[in-house]
Design a protein around this ligand. Structure first.
Ligand SMILES: NC(=O)C1=CN([C@@H]2O[C@H](COP(=O)(O)OP(=O)(O)OC[C@H]3O[C@@H](n4cnc5c(N)ncnc54)[C@H](O)[C@@H]3O)[C@@H](O)[C@H]2O)[C@H](O)CC1
Ligand SMILES: [K+]
Length: 534
């Protein structure tokens, strides 16, 4: 059971893939009506848990308005309506005039025969305490028109809780965009497998709390459509656990478990290149992020004016003081006797300013796994070179390159890939293929793509992280994990996703304990240690 649950939670499907998977189980013999009964039974059970009839409050406080569309989403909703009716809830049905699918119209007929009031005007449901949205699921094909659009508007204005079945009606199942108007759900019960649209930024404000209702689709049928190793996956805590490995030390002192016999050079050598006299804090935050990763040896290259500050903040780190420009940026990367290729990984960018051009050029010519963030990305975007155009950055460098832009940096790096229009997941996939790098596109649902088209999505985060400095912490943390992963043979895109997961879990934990206002970047670095003992 454990294994199934962990696997199921990772999968992500488009509407077509869901249709194909369900087509297989129907072809294998389960009647559509039987599956609908099973699914709707699971939904009913969950709704009764979420909204129990408490004996103390009169039944009338459990008036439930059920919104029924013409397809099987509506069919689900009618079965739920019927079952809640038998369990004492007061049910009212709204079913706009549509040509209904056969099974749906049969269920409507039976619901009416039970004396459950069914209306074609949503006004009649205005005294309900709760709504169940069964208007459209993954069969939505076009923008929602009248009269359903007005009905949805009335429901949204009612400020009553709404439980959406499968997908909030009006959201595109794959891109998450709003087709005309969409239900603002307080809960979304996604059926069977997570729909891609629910992981898209544009959908987030419509979802409410999301959960998956597993209706026992055989794994073989899922893999027959998605493949043995699906291209798009959710990076869940179970995935993090599986990467960290069962042999985790019980002390959980580091995220990547260590052998009893080890030494600092075996736990990774990381070089950070960051900071400027204008942005000294970025160098500190990046270094604190790296420290939290448990990396064995940390070297930080900063402009000479920051050396003493950095030594005082990070006594354990080797601080390299570099010559600086008039503006206080690093002008020359390192004293000659430092071999860049002696590091397991390099991370560069936070607080660099765009004056540090020669630094980025020098790092690009190293043959070491390299993370470029912040101003290193802006410098890369300004450079007239083939790095980003011919899918060559990894081949030219003969080492992994990881780019970690937020939306603004992304559009400067990849101006032709306008991720605002299309879905961000498609955009980051294109960018990775076009550049040959691993590309992480930051956001409330950060997506990480490798050049082979495989994508990790971070399914859980917190608005508390939308603050200056939290990206610097991520860069340091990611660099530290990358440096340690080389000896553990964990793929760099997986390490990137692991760092993202760790960073957001720390943010979530900090927000719970200190509210979303209490998660400044320095505090975040302190919570990173708290996550490992999960
Ligand atoms: N496939 C199954 O048997 C199961 C599906 N599950 C549930 O059913 C829906 C998917 O059902 P489907 O009938 O394919 O489509 P919808 O109910 O999502 O859409 C309704 C129907 O409406 C038409 N339509 C599309 N867009 C519009 C529009 N803008 N305006 C008016 N009408 C529109 C179109 O013809 C659609 O067919 C899935 O989400 C689940 O809820 C069960 O869970 C499992 C069995
Ligand atoms: K729905």
């Amino acid at each position: 059971m454990q294994y199934r649950q962990a696997a199921i939670e990772q999968f992500v499907v488009t509407a077509q893939q869901m249709r194909d998977i369900e087509g297989r189980i129907f072809a294998a013999g389960i009647p559509v009506a039987a599956l609908m009964e099973k699914v709707a039974g699971l939904i009913t059970h969950r709704i009764m848990q979420l909204f129990p009839i408490s004996l103390s409050s009169p039944l009338s406080s459990h008036r439930i308005g059920v919104l029924v569309g013409p397809g099987h989403n509506g069919g689900d909703a009618l079965v739920v309506a019927r079952e809640l009716h038998f369990r004492g809830y007061e049910i009212y049905v709204y079913h706009p005039l549509f040509k209904q699918k056969e099974l749906t119209s049969q269920h409507l007929k039976y619901v009416e025969s039970l004396g459950i009031p069914c209306y074609q005007s949503v006004e009649k449901l205005k005294n309900c305490d709760l709504f169940i949205d069964g208007l459209f699921g993954f069969g939505l094909q076009r923008a929602i028109a009248e009269p359903v659009a007005s009905a949805i508007n009335i429901i949204n204005q009612s400020n009553k809780p709404v439980v959406s079945i499968d997908v909030p009606s009006g959201l595109h199942t794959d891109t998450g965009e709003v087709l005309g108007i969409a239900i603002h759900a307080t809960h979304t019960l996604c059926l069977g497998l997570w729909k891609l649209g629910l992981l898209q930024e544009s959908a987030l404000e419509y979802l409410g709390k999301t959960e998956l209702i597993d209706f026992d689709i055989p794994l073989a049928d899922i893999k027959a459509i998605l493949g043995e190793s699906p291209k798009i996956k959710r990076f869940t805590t179970q995935v993090a656990r599986s990467i960290i490995g069962k042999e985790k030390a019980s002390t959980n002192s580091t995220l990547l478990p260590r052998k009893l016999v080890t030494h600092k050079y075996k736990e990774g050598r990381l070089l950070l290149v960051c900071g400027s006299s204008r942005y000294a804090g970025a160098a500190i935050l990046t270094s604190l992020g790296a420290r939290a990763s448990g990396v064995g040896m940390l070297t930080v290259a900063v402009p000479e004016s920051l050396k003493h500050l950095m030594v005082s903040k990070l006594p354990e780190a080797l601080i390299l003081s570099c010559p600086e420009t008039e503006s206080g940026a690093i002008s020359q990367l390192l004293p000659n006797n430092i071999d860049l290729n002696s590091f397991a990984a390099i991370a560069c960018g936070p607080g660099l300013t765009t004056d540090a051009i020669s630094v980025v050029k020098q790092l690009l010519n190293s043959t070491v796994p390299l993370i470029l963030d912040a101003d290193a990305l802006n410098i890369l975007a300004q450079m007239k070179n083939p790095w980003l155009e011919q899918g060559t950055i990894d081949k030219t460098r003969k080492a992994t390159t990881i780019l970690t832009p937020h939306t603004g940096e992304f559009s400067r790096l990849f101006p032709k890939i306008n991720e605002k229009q299309q879905d961000r997941i498609k955009a980051v996939k294109k960018a990775a293929k076009q550049s040959g790098a691993i590309v992480l596109l930051k956001g409330p649902r950060t997506a990480i793509a490798n050049p082979q088209g495989e994508i990790w999505i971070n399914p859980e985060s917190t608005p508390a992280l939308a603050r200056g400095g939290s990206g610097d912490v991520l860069t340091g943390l990611m660099g530290g994990l990358l440096a340690q992963s080389i000896s553990r043979e964990i793929a760099p895109d997986t390490v990137t996703a692991l760092a993202t997961w760790w960073h957001s879990q720390a943010g979530i934990l900090a927000a719970v304990e200190r509210t979303e206002l209490g998660v400044d970047a320095f505090t975040l670095t302190q919570y990173l240690m708290r996550v490992v003992s999960f």
